[in-house]
Write a protein that binds this ligand. Structure first.
Ligand SMILES: [Zn+2]
Ligand SMILES: [Zn+2]
Length: 554
C-alpha cells in the first residue's frame, strides 16, 4: 500500500492531479492539483471508524507536507466531515491559507477554535460564485446542490487546460434551503471547453435520479401530522434543509420543536450566522419540553447512525436528561444507513422497540433522499460539462471503475483515468496517464496524536485484541551466569484465576529449566528460543498465538 519513493516528483512538466484520500473509499477526501511547481489542495476530510482505539481517520498528507512550501492554499468545496474534518488534526503540518464560502467557513472556524489554533490560520471567506487567483491557478466557485448548504464545484483554470472538480453534488430542483444548481454556469463551462472532470462516484450504481429535499419535506410533514404522541426525528445535523423541514412539520402539526445534540447546535448556529435560518418559531428548550403534553413536542436529534455518544443512543437508553419516550411514541429515521454502521443502528432500534416506541424509516415513505448523483444526474452533468477526460473520485474502487465505464460507454467521454490514493496523474499536455504512486496512507487520532494506521501501534493492538499477550521476565545473578528466577504473566490468554496462576507458574518453571540448560546461548538467541517455547506451549494448550514479550534482566 505504501510506496515511499517518488516524493520528489513535482508538477514541473505538466498539469497534475494527485488524490491522497477519497479515491478508493467514501470518506476522507484530499485532492491535489499541481502545475509549474505549484500546488493547491481541495478538501481535507476524515472518516469515522472504531478500530483499536481510533475513532477518527485522515489521509496521510506526507507527500504534500514535504512540498508544503509550494502549496498555495487549501480550498474547501463544502462543510461535510469527509471534506473538512481533518483540518484541526492536520493543518499544523501544512500551515497554508484556507478558502471557503461563508457557511463552510463558519464550520471551519468552529473547528479551529476548538483546536485552539484559529489565531494561526489565514482564512479567506469567498462569496458564492466567487473567484480566487493563486499563482498560475484561477479558481471559480460554482454553486451545485447536495445535502448541506453551499456545496460548490470548482472550475480550476490553468495554462494547460481547465478542470472541473465537482465536489459532492446531485441535481435537486427544489433544495429547500439555498440556491438551485447553477445550470447555466455549468453549460457555459462546458461550452468553453473542459480538459478533465473529477467527479463524485458515490451513487453510480443507483438508477434514475437522486430526488429532491422538497419531496422529503412533504413526506415528513404528512407523517408527523398523523402522529398522536411524541415524535423524534433523527437526521444529519448538517442537512439544514432537513432541519428546516422538521421545523415546518412541527409548525403544521401544532408541536414545539426541540433540537437535541451538540452538532445540532453547531450547525444551527452556523446556519443562523449565515442567514439560512432567521428566527425559529416554536423552538423550546429540552427542559421546557419535558412538561408538554405528548402530542405537542417534536424532537430533532443526532444519532441516526447509532453513534455511542449521540443523543438518540442516550434517549433510547433512557439516559438523556429530561427526555423520556414511552409506549406509542415514534422515532423517524430520516437518514440513510452508512455501510459499517448497521450493527450500531440495530442496537439503538432494539432499545427503542423494547420501550414500546414505534420506528418509522424510509420503508414507510420518502423520508430521506441521498445527496449524491444517481446515474441520470451523472449523465446530465457529462452532457453539460463534456470533459475530454473523466476522473472518478469519491468512491470505493468498484464505484470508480463503474463510473469510468459509465462515462466512457454511456456518456461518450473519450478518456477515463481511474485513480487510487497516491496516483500521480498527468492530465496534460501529454497523453493523460498515471505515472507513479506517491506516498499515501492513513493517520488515526489516538488521544493527542495522529498515528500511522499501518504502524506497529495498531498492528500490536490488533494482535493483542485477538490473541492476548504473555510476558516472561528472566532474572539473573550479577555476572549473568546463573538464572535466579523466571516470572510469567498473561492477559487475554487464560481465564484469570486459579487456572491462569497454574499456567503461569508451570510456564515459568519450564522456561527456568530451559534457560538453565541453554545458558551458553547468545542473549538474543536465548530470548528467541524462550519466545518459541512459550508460543508452542500455548498453541498446544489453547490453539492461539499470543504476543510474547521477554524481559531479560541483567
Ligand atoms: Zn463527501
Ligand atoms: Zn458531502
Amino acid at each position: 500500500m505504501l510506496t515511499d519513493h517518488m516524493n520528489e516528483l513535482t508538477p514541473e512538466e505538466g498539469l497534475v492531479f494527485v488524490p491522497l484520500g477519497g479515491a478508493g473509499e467514501i470518506g476522507m477526501n484530499l485532492n491535489l492539483y499541481g502545475y509549474n511547481d505549484q500546488w493547491i489542495m481541495i478538501d481535507l476530510g476524515v472518516t469515522f471508524q472504531d478500530q483499536c482505539g481510533v475513532q477518527v481517520v485522515a489521509p496521510d498528507p506526507k507527500f504534500i507536507e514535504e512540498n508544503k512550501d509550494n502549496l498555495h492554499a487549501l480550498i474547501l468545496t463544502h462543510a461535510h466531515e469527509d471534506h473538512v474534518g481533518a483540518i484541526p488534526y492536520l493543518w499544523s503540518r501544512l500551515r497554508c491559507p484556507i478558502y471557503a464560502t461563508p457557511f463552510t467557513m463558519e464550520i471551519v472556524k468552529n473547528k479551529l477554535t476548538e483546536a485552539g489554533i484559529i489565531g494561526q490560520v489565514e482564512l479567506h471567506t469567498i462569496p458564492l460564485g466567487g473567484q480566487i487567483e493563486l499563482g498560475d491557478f484561477k479558481i471559480q466557485y460554482v454553486h451545485l446542490t447536495h445535502s448541506i448548504p453551499e456545496p460548490n464545484g470548482l472550475l480550476i483554470e490553468t495554462p494547460l487546460g481547465r478542470i472541473f472538480h465537482t465536489g459532492d453534488w446531485k441535481i435537486d430542483p427544489h433544495p429547500v434551503i439555498g440556491n438551485e444548481m447553477d445550470v447555466p454556469a455549468l453549460k457555459k463551462i462546458g461550452d468553453e471547453g473542459v480538459l478533465a472532470m473529477v467527479c463524485d462516484s458515490t451513487n453510480v450504481f443507483e438508477l434514475g435520479n437522486a430526488g429532491s429535499e422538497q419531496n422529503v419535506r412533504e413526506a415528513l410533514i404528512d407523517l408527523v401530522k398523523k402522529q398522536k404522541n411524541r415524535v423524534v426525528i433523527t437526521c444529519f445535523a448538517s442537512n439544514i434543509a432537513r432541519l428546516d423541514s422538521c421545523i415546518e412539520a412541527a409548525k403544521q402539526s401544532g408541536r414545539f420543536v426541540v433540537f437535541v445534540g451538540r452538532s445540532m447546535d453547531t450547525m444551527i448556529n452556523a446556519a443562523t450566522d449565515t442567514n439560512y435560518f432567521s428566527h425559529i418559531p416554536h423552538r423550546i428548550s429540552i427542559e421546557k419540553a419535558a412538561d408538554l403534553p405528548r402530542d405537542q413536542v417534536l424532537y430533532v436529534c443526532t444519532g441516526s447512525q447509532g453513534e455511542a455518544k449521540a443523543a438518540l443512543k442516550r434517549i433510547a437508553r433512557n439516559s438523556y436528561p429530561n427526555i423520556r419516550l414511552d409506549k406509542g411514541d415514534v422515532v423517524i429515521f430520516s437518514s440513510r444507513r452508512i455501510p459499517g454502521n448497521e450493527e450500531r443502528i440495530s442496537e439503538v432500534k432494539n432499545d427503542l422497540v423494547r420501550s414500546g416506541v414505534t420506528i418509522l424509516d424510509h420503508k414507510e415513505s420518502l423520508i430521506h433522499v441521498s445527496g449524491h448523483p444517481f446515474r441520470d444526474d451523472l449523465q446530465k452533468m457529462y452532457e453539460w460539462i463534456r470533459p475530454k477526460i473523466a476522473v472518478p473520485i469519491h468512491g470505493e474502487y468498484q464505484h470508480l471503475m463503474e463510473h469510468g465505464r459509465f462515462a466512457k460507454e454511456e456518456c461518450g467521454v473519450k478518456k477515463v483515468i481511474i485513480p487510487e490514493n497516491g496516483s500521480f496523474v498527468i492530465l496534460g499536455p501529454d497523453e493523460p496517464q498515471i505515472v507513479e504512486r506517491v506516498h499515501h496512507g492513513y493517520l488515526g487520532n489516538d488521544g493527542h496524536d495522529m498515528i500511522d494506521m499501518y504502524g506497529s501501534i495498531i498492528r500490536d493492538r490488533q494482535k493483542l485484541s485477538i490473541n492476548g499477550v504473555v510476558f516472561a521476565s528472566l532474572h539473573w545473578d550479577q555476572d549473568k551466569h546463573k538464572i535466579l528466577d523466571v516470572q510469567v504473566s498473561s492477559r487475554g490468554v487464560i481465564e484469570i484465576g486459579i487456572e491462569s496462576q497454574n499456567f503461569e507458574q508451570n510456564m515459568a518453571e519450564k522456561i527456568f529449566e530451559f534457560v538453565k540448560n541453554n545458558k551458553k546461548l547468545a542473549s538474543h538467541h536465548l530470548e528467541e528460543e524462550v519466545r518459541l517455547l512459550i508460543r508452542r506451549q500455548i498453541n498446544r494448550l489453547r490453539g492461539i498465538k499470543p504476543l510474547v514479550i521477554i524481559h531479560n534482566h541483567d
